[in-house]
Each structure stands twice: as C-alpha cells, then as structure tokens.
Design a protein around this ligand. Sequence first.
Ligand SMILES: *[C@@H]1O[C@H](CO)[C@@H](O)[C@H](O)[C@H]1NC(C)=O
Ligand SMILES: *[C@@H]1O[C@H](CO)[C@@H](O)[C@H](O)[C@H]1NC(C)=O
Length: 363
Amino acid sequence: MVGIRKTLLSSLVLCTGLVSALTSTLQQVTSFTGSQNPTNVGFFYYKPTTVAASPALIVAIHECTATGTVYFESTTYAALADTYGFIVIYPSSPNSGTCWDVSSAATLTHNGGGDSFGIANMVPYAISNWHVDATKVFVTGSSSGAMMTNVQASVYPELYAGASVYSGVAAGCFVSNFGGVDAWNSTCSEGLTNDTQAQWANTVHAMYPGYTGSYPPIQEYHGTADTTLFPNNLNEEIKEWCGVFGYEATAPTQVLQNTPLSGYTKSIYGPRLQGILAQGVGHTVPVQEMEDLEWFGIVGSQTTPPTTTTTGTPPTTTASAPPPSGSTVAEWGQCGGQGWTGGTVCASPFTCTVVNAFYSQCL
Ligand SMILES: *[C@@H]1O[C@H](CO)[C@@H](O)[C@H](O)[C@H]1NC(C)=O
Ligand SMILES: *[C@@H]1O[C@H](CO)[C@@H](O)[C@H](O)[C@H]1NC(C)=O
C-alpha cells in the first residue's frame, strides 16, 4: 500500500475560500498482476472516506514522464471525489519514459493485450470490489494519456459512459506499422495523417470487430499552439468520432465561443461529440475537471450561458442568424468558414484568423 496525503494548495479553492486536505490517501493494488495485466500497468486509486452508493468511477491517465501518483497530485479529481463521492483510478505506465503503448497491434485490439488491456481490466476490478456502478465509468487523460483515452474508447467502448481527451491524437493515428510497442509516430504527431471520416470509422471498428454496442460520448480538447502533437490532430479526432457516430465534421450543429474558457471555442457535432479548440494554448491544454464532471453527468451542468452563440451548418432553430455580411465582427466573433454568411471584417485591431475549414475567428 502506498499512502500519500496530499494538501491542496492553489489548485483548488473551495467556495468557502479555504484550501482543503483530502479525506483519504492514494492507494495501490499491488496484486493486479498476471494475465489480466500482461504489461504490469501500475494500479493506483483514490477512494474517498465517504463514497456514494453505487459510485461513479473515473479512470484518469497521465502524460509521458509522469506517473499515476503525479496525475493524482497535478489534477483535482481526488478533491472532487471527496465532494461528489466517486472513485478515481490512476494507471501508471510501465514503459521507459512512461508514455503509453498506443502503437502496437496488441494494445489496439480488443482483448489483445498491451497497456490498454491492463487499464481496461481495472474497471471490472473496481466494479466487483468497490461496487462501482458499471453504467457510470468514465475515462480521461492528458497527452499520451489522452491518446490512451481515445484508445480505451475505441478498443473497450463497452466499459465507458463518457470520455474527455486533453491534447491527444485519434485512436490508431500513432500506430506502428512495424509492430513497435510504445513507438513514436512523427507522421501522426506532426498532424500529417489525414484520413476521411469513413477511414477513421473503419480504423476504430477494426479494433473491436463485430462490436455493435455504443461508443462513449467524447470531448476532445486541443491547443492551437501545440508543437508536440500538431493542432491538425484535433481535426483527425473529430473526423474519427464523427465517422463512428454518423456526424459531419464539416458541419458542427453549434459553435460556442469563449467556452468553457475565454479564447476556447467549443464545436458541438451532436450529443456525443464536442471539440474544444484552445486559442494560443500549447501542449497540453490544462485539465478542466469540473467540465469533465458535467460532461460525464456526475454533476449538473452550469446554468451560466455562453457569452456568444453562433451556429454551424445546418443552423438550428434556437440559434440566432449570423450578422449581415457587411457588419464588423468583434473580438472572438466568427468571421469565416464553410457556410458562413456573416461579417468577414474584424473590428480593429483584430484580424480574421482561420481556425479550421469551417471556422475563422477575430483574434
Ligand atoms: C504512423 O501512423 C500513420 C497513421 O497515422 C501510418 O500511416 C504510418 O505508417 C505510421 N508510421 C510508422 C513508421 O509506422
Ligand atoms: C486533408 O485532405 C482533405 C481532402 O483531400 C483536404 O481538403 C485537407 O486540406 C487535408 N488536410 C490537411 C491538414 O492536410
């Protein structure tokens, strides 16, 4: 057992304005070995002193060079678990450099082994040992952990009811055609992989042939200034899940500006997929834990409306029409993109910046 008591400093300020200590400690399941965990992924978890009846579970997956313990310390999921009574699993990579294997055939195949299999098998362990509600299991991660989150959602979709991805790549983008385990793929990292929705859907379905169940609703975050995993990776992730869900990547149903943070643009493609592009943010986008809890349905959604709402194509009846084409667009406003009929000239000193094929913004 590993016991680490964590005192939260500036990372979490409660409504009272007080900083808080956790009610419990980080623990490790040291017996999680053998065929259920062929690559020896470390199994750390945080179980609050007071757990909800039939609690939810979040599997939170760290970035390269980090560990399960580091992700426990660098995110606020544990403190939120104290508040909302869920349990958090922090898998820890067994690989040198602690990236995750998202490249081998084994890890990209349902029940094929690899790191993805060890992580997936922690879920039934939690369900049987901690009475976790099997319908409330969620997965999230940053960077290499974000890649693994897309992989979990693709290879083990039956386990998860929601996913959020901070600065990753599409599942199957980091593949090694030489069978390499935990291999780097610069074609993918540099955003040069450019598949169609149909190709991506085939890639996902090939990871779990014959599966006819649903795939988890998924949020994909990415920064425009990411020079580790280039921003085009967001487009590939969106095409991948649009292909799986039958949505259209070039036609989000809604585009919310300054959501959830100033300078972030949330594109909604359907009830199961959102892409969040973080303007000027590099690698990686800071974890938005409360947004995750809302996306997962662990807490109710915030009632604060977004500052501005514009529509993609096709427009929805609830959204306002774009401003007339002659008008000047204010900072953060949409100024171009496929199907855009509104203003294209930004108010001084802002310039119309192409975000992607369907969206340009005054920045
Ligand atoms: C890297 O991944 C791409 C798909 O994203 C694939 O086409 C390519 O062959 C991979 N490169 C290597 C060296 O395996
Ligand atoms: C991907 O391919 C499409 C279709 O050929 C093309 O329109 C688009 O510009 C390409 N995107 C990138 C990032 O290369």
